[in-house]
Design a protein around this ligand. Structure first.
Ligand SMILES: [Zn+2]
Length: 100
């Protein structure tokens, strides 16, 4: 079961899941974690949060998505985006997506 990357609440399977698809900055390489969930340290928040690293050859990866944050609500999504805006050392862009 997925957990919200912002508030850590469990996300139930029968509700739509908001997500943020992210692209890593140049030089960031998480190939060893492809297809798994890893903890990403956020400097500006002083904690680490779970991120799904897209698998090689997956549809998301082919569309340029390196990682996905699952989020329980738009409110958490907004806070996550505010934080990602300050984490430019790791991420160079991100956009809203809906996981199912
Ligand atoms: Zn949340």
């Amino acid at each position: 079961m997925l957990r919200c990357a912002w508030c850590m609440k469990k996300i139930s399977n029968n509700k739509p899941v908001f997500g943020l698809s992210v692209k890593f900055a140049e030089g960031i390489d998480y190939t060893e974690s492809e297809g798994t969930i890893m903890q990403i340290g956020l400097r500006t928040r002083n904690t680490s949060v779970p991120m799904i690293v897209t698998a090689r050859e997956s549809e998301a990866k082919l569309q340029g998505t390196d990682g996905i944050f699952a989020l329980c609500s738009e409110k958490c999504g907004k806070k996550m985006k505010d934080t990602l805006n300050k984490e430019l050392a790791i991420f160079k862009e991100f956009k809203d997506i809906v996981l199912q």
